[in-house]
Design a protein around this ligand. Structure first.
Ligand SMILES: NC(=O)c1ccc[n+]([C@@H]2O[C@H](COP(=O)([O-])OP(=O)(O)OC[C@H]3O[C@@H](n4cnc5c(N)ncnc54)[C@H](O)[C@@H]3O)[C@@H](O)[C@H]2O)c1
Length: 312
């Protein structure tokens, strides 16, 4: 049973993944080459854990135990010392990940599992230059990973059953809901589903059917409200397969089949309007609003998680 892990990269995802492991009693070495990122990660961990207490998910003792399980370091060898599983959460740049895997393989034994948090790079490509591809697997967390339950597990044809069963067990132990893809596809499952919806959402805005605010309400107050409990497949069962057969017959031909990135997204990116990180995107945000909205989002997610875990 895995008792000690290394998390490589302490950014948006790395610090939250470290919290998910450490909060469940696993020893975590969190590594980042950038000392400032580690300091920022510690601040974000403190904020997140305080929120867990405020929301009654953890008590003070749980927080103290979680901090006791966490070590941060800028030394890769130190981070990899005695770990049984390595979770990689560095930027989505193939060459950077290949270089990291080579550095890791020069340090650890050949049976240590390497799990990438990549969102888009196929595992067979990630594993193409490693000495022991059979140890490679993807564990794709969702932001914020210390809260969202889903973890997509992706194998390639050489990944060992041992690596798969080990990560499935660890994810379940830390309270996640892992799903194993039966074969590799770009974007895995959840991001493909999101991308299909986002293509149609921007198509509707471009066609002048509704503005961005109305599109969001159509999802959060409608299907999105149901989806946290009943997925699209069960939605079809509840609605009636005969009804959905007619819905698909009528709608499938008129849905967007655009292959390019939505023009609205491209225009905003060209104008340097990247969303909350620049204070302007599809909506405008002051610094205070970003903090407030992020806080509100996490409180909402924690309460939703508690509700989902309730046995009705
Ligand atoms: N942000 C998301 O919502 C999200 C969701 C799911 C998956 N992912 C994936 O997770 C990975 C990390 O994304 P992120 O958003 O946390 O990125 P990020 O930019 O927030 O953090 C990356 C961290 O890696 C560090 N780093 C850079 N080079 C490194 C190296 N060679 N070794 C170790 N650390 C290094 C950086 O200093 C930084 O702290 C990416 O593969 C991304 O596609 C991101």
């Amino acid at each position: 049973m895995v008792k000690r892990v290394a998390v490589i990269g302490a950014g948006v995802m790395g610090h939250g993944i470290a919290q998910a492991y450490a909060g469940a009693g696993i020893q975590v070495n969190l590594y980042d080459p950038d000392e400032q990122m580690l300091q920022k990660a510690k601040n974000m961990l403190e904020t997140s854990m305080s929120l867990f207490i405020q929301e009654g998910v953890w008590d003070e003792e749980h927080k103290e135990n979680t901090w006791a399980n966490l070590r941060v370091t800028t030394n890769l060898s130190e981070a990899l010392n005695s770990v049984e599983l390595i979770t990689e959460a560095i930027p989505e740049i193939l060459e950077l990940k290949w270089k990291l895997f080579a550095d890791i393989e020069a340090i650890v034994d050949e049976d240590i599992i390497i799990a990438s948090n990549t969102s888009t790079i196929p595992l067979s490509q990630l594993a193409a230059r490693v000495q022991h591809p059979e140890r490679m697997v993807i564990t794709h967390f969702f932001n914020p990973p210390q809260i969202v339950p889903l973890v997509e597990i992706v194998k390639h044809e050489r990944t060992t059953d041992h690596a798969i069963s080990t990560v499935m067990e660890v994810m379940t132990r830390i309270g996640k809901e892992p799903i194993l893809l039966q074969k590799e596809v770009p974007g895995f499952i959840a991001n493909r589903l999101q991308a299909a919806l986002i293509r149609e959402a921007f198509h509707l805005v471009e066609e002048g059917v509704a503005d961005a605010r109305a599109i969001d309400t159509a999802v959060t107050a409608g299907p999105g409200f149901r989806w946290s409990k009943i997925g699209p497949m069960q939605t079809v069962d509840f609605g009636g397969l005969d009804t959905w057969m007619r819905v698909m017959q009528n709608l499938a031909p008129v849905l967007s089949k655009e292959e390019k990135t939505p023009g609205i997204i491209r225009q905003h990116v060209e104008a340097g309007e990247l969303g909350v990180k620049t204070g302007k995107g599809l909506f405008d945000y002051t610094d205070e609003e970003v903090l407030r909205e992020t806080h509100k989002r996490d409180v909402h997610f924690l309460r939703l998680l508690a509700l989902q875990q309730e046995q009705l």
